[in-house]
Design a protein around this ligand. Sequence first.
Ligand SMILES: [Zn+2]
Length: 261
Amino acid sequence: MGRKKAVVFFRNDDVRDKLDDSLIRLTEVCMKYGVSISHAVEPANVTEEVVDWLISQKKQYPGLVEIIQHGYSHNLANPGQKMEFGGNRTFDDQFADLRKGKEIMDKLFGDLWSPVFTFPYGTYNQATLKAIEQLGYHTISSKMQYSSKVRLKNFVGKLLGKDILMGKKINYHPGIRKGYNLREISVSANLIKKYHGENLADHFTLEEIKAQVRLALKHTGVLGVLFHHRYHGDQIGLTEDLIIYLKKKGVRFSTISNIKR
Ligand SMILES: [Zn+2]
């Protein structure tokens, strides 16, 4: 009663070289239900075929399809190391990659993309955030959890205005990061339970995903669901069931940029 409707966004990472059926079908099921989706593109890896398709989708469904950026190259050349940004990388080093990425996005998508940045493997450091802010992105999207331990960490970290506290990243979702002109809108539900290599994964059941949704919505009015389309080729039914469940709950769907401040 009188409570504001929860807002849900779908973020799909690792949009890169292949125009997979799974990418098309995930987008189709979202469009069928009028659900927005934010496709996170790897600038160094995306191909003309995928770019053309994304542009056609964006033009056909301007309010529902959002094009955002996922890292620069996803460090694909070095598969042993699950990190692209963060670690010991310096500001200058990361700024150079981020700028290259942004220039590619501008060149490929013009004003059809939104300067929202998501981190491959979820890794970043303070220098990454500073570089992202200086390059004019308005929002970052990372991962957010709601266990009591993580909530305590975020509570203390935000109180102290920290980016990182005792080695743990502090989430400011859904708000402006302290000390930056940068909003954080992060994801807290995920379809994948366990990865098996580059293309196979065990998925959570619908009941398990509903539990993630319920937990997050106890603590936030903005819920993000993370997709990695290439793993979900045979999970379109699961995605559709999740959409139906969320619609029954009466949530509102939004792109990341359109989530109200
Ligand atoms: Zn990724």
